[in-house]
Design a protein around this ligand. Sequence first.
Ligand SMILES: O=C(O)CCC(=O)C(=O)O
Length: 279
Amino acid sequence: MTASMATLKETYNREGYLSALPILSETELREARQAFSELEKEFGEEYTQYSLHNVHLQYQWVMGLAKHPRVLQVVQAVLGDDVILLDSRFICKYPALKANIPSKHADDSIVTSEEEEVKEDMTTQENGLPYVAWHQDMRYWGIAGGPVLSVWLALDDSLKENGALQVIPGSHDSGMLPHRLAVMPGNMLSVNQEIPEELVEPEKAVLCPLLAGQMSVHDGLLVHASDPNTSQKRRCGYVIRYVPTCAYPIQDPDRPRKFHATMLVSGTDQFKNFSDKSL
Ligand SMILES: O=C(O)CCC(=O)C(=O)O
């Protein structure tokens, strides 16, 4: 590991996150944005805001992002050489006035039942602008035996006004906090979870602004959230979750995840804990 990667790892272990890491070249960014706008044209914004789930299996350019050498360099520094891609999703917050544009759904064949539920939630919530409530990713992953690391790769500038990610530094050391159903309408999380207000220390929150082409990474136990997009600028990010190969899925009704889109993206897998795609 290079000295700079060792420093990143040290910071990540202490703070639970890293931010503003440059990843995509100008050309890579332009191509990714162009390809994403093709998906917007095809599926409509209501769909692309949250329902492009695990499309690394469908589109080579998305797979290219999930396996981007600069992304993997950081992931390997934190998780070690043997890494599985667990799941991926585009999370897009559109400008406030455009939040409820109907979608065309040109190809419903990739809509899973889980996605249908999300789509329904997103359209029936009293026009609450989409936001992400305070939560820890691990609460609903159903993973044990190793950490989950999330990458947030920006296709647009992600700033305060369009709802950039906020984190509570060091909160990954507090263990798993209780979650409940979110009180405010508009929570984009598919299971609508949130950590009760009194257990979050919002005065300690740090914004993670990103320029398009940069990424942040955070630990699965880090408390994080994001506000609505109140600007006229789209905020599109590609969120990718990775685990070390020693991690394994657990059966827990509170953590109803399925891992049908996993793949080894680095090193070797001596454990084969994710080989059964029906789990
Ligand atoms: O995109 C967002 O605003 C939230 C993303 C998030 O919660 C995550 O990456 O775990």
